[in-house]
Write a protein that binds this ligand. Structure first.
Ligand SMILES: Nc1ncnc2c1ncn2[C@@H]1O[C@H](COP(=O)(O)OP(=O)(O)O)[C@@H](O)[C@H]1O
Ligand code: SF4
Ligand SMILES: [Mg+2]
Length: 328
């Protein structure tokens, strides 16, 4: 398959031992995550703060060590590659950071920020770099005059566009977009999402679109993966998932939206506060918060089950498919 495939991905962070203790502590940030992102499509990754979205993006890009599982790009297992063998793949896959301001060197002009990858990836000469940087800026809707500015002199929307221009410089095929519209106001969000859609249509880019905001996801993602506590709860075509969620957690995310996720993002959703209390060590990880839980759920962790319509759900008692009641 062309595009990205993630198989049984697990990421464990090793934390330093607590004072007076010998053994290191391990935190499983992602457990057994699998999905596919065909070339030219967008896959949404949604879930509340701390559920492992950023870790997933970093693991796909080989910026975080993977404890188990595989990441494949166009059929090549990139988790098996190192050093020089990995380099061509790094160029094809770029990250747009959650907070572009923090990721930018405050002492670099936009010109240097955008043209640095041109130098590193293609060894492009200084004179041609500026011209190419100007073209990249123009493509993301910014004037050439922005080239001589510093990050602090840019608005939030301009910074996000500069980050996008920099990511596009190496002519990638996959962009990992980590909360690219959070913190922007409603109209700016919509404009950035539209720009992303245009760029995708023009260049055939694949997007891994990470967001806590289901309404932004519903606007841009063909398919969506719902994460909770590092586990996959549900995945499927976004329109189906929004219209007829199968997992109780997806239903709770939808119920928490200030406006129904009909398509266009009409608000700024704040990152939902993680649910209080520790995750259970056995049974279904969502059990303590689930209004459909039965006794089995307390000791028997549900595996991923394939439902009709390319949907996958990890729940013993999924919600019934209500699509026929809503379809015209
Ligand atoms: N470098 C790290 N070392 C240890 N734990 C981490 C590290 N990065 C993230 N975590 C933990 O992993 C979990 C997932 O974090 P993250 O991927 O940032 O979630 P999200 O992006 O969904 O908010 C959280 O519990 C977080 O505290
Ligand atoms: S398995 Fe049980 S506790 Fe877990 S989400 Fe489904 S119904 Fe709720
Ligand atoms: Mg994050």
């Amino acid at each position: 398959m062309n595009g990205l495939r993630v198989e049984n991905l697990t990421v464990e962070y090793v934390k330093r031992p607590r004072l007076g203790h010998k053994e290191e502590r391990r935190h499983k940030a992602l457990a057994d995550i699998s999905f596919a992102l065909p070339g030219g499509e967008t896959l949404g990754i949604v879930g509340e703060s701390g559920c492992g979205k950023t870790t997933l993006g970093h693991a796909v890009l080989q910026m975080t060590p993977v404890s188990a599982g595989r990441v494949l790009w166009d059929g090549t297992e990139i988790t098996a590659l190192k050093g020089a063998a990995l380099r061509p793949f790094r160029r094809q896959m770029q990250l747009v950071f959650q907070d572009p301001f923090e990721a930018m060197n405050p002492r670099m002009t936009v010109d240097r920020i955008v043209s640095e990858p041109l130098h590193l990836a293609f060894g492009m000469a200084r004179s041609t770099r500026r011209q190419k940087a100007a073209e990249l800026l123009q493509r993301v809707g910014l004037d050439e005059a922005v080239l001589s500015r510093y990050p602090r002199q840019l608005s939030g929307g301009q910074r996000q566009r500069v980050a996008l221009a920099r990511a596009l410089a190496t002519e990638p095929r996959l962009l990992v977009l980590d909360e690219p519209t959070s913190g922007l106001d409603v109209s700016l969000q919509a404009r950035i999402l539209n720009l992303l859609r245009d760029l995708q249509a023009e260049k055939g880019l694949s997007y891994l679109f990470i967001s806590h905001d289901l309404s932004a996801i519903s606007y841009i993602a063909h398919r969506t993966v719902v994460l909770f506590g590092g586990h996959m709860m549900e995945q499927g075509p976004t329109a189906t998932l929004i219209r007829s969620p199968a997992h109780p957690y997806t239903a709770s995310l939808l119920a928490a939206l200030p406006v129904p996720a009909a398509g266009r993002p009409a608000h700024i959703a704040s990152d939902p506060v993680p649910r209080a209390g520790a995750l259970p060590s056995m049974g279904c990880i969502y059990c303590p918060w689930c209004d459909r839980a039965q006794s089995r759920c307390h000791f028997d962790a549900p595996g991923a089950t394939v439902l009709e319509g390319e949907r996958v759900v990890a729940c013993h008692y999924p919600l019934p498919d209500n699509r026929q009641h809503h379809d015209p």
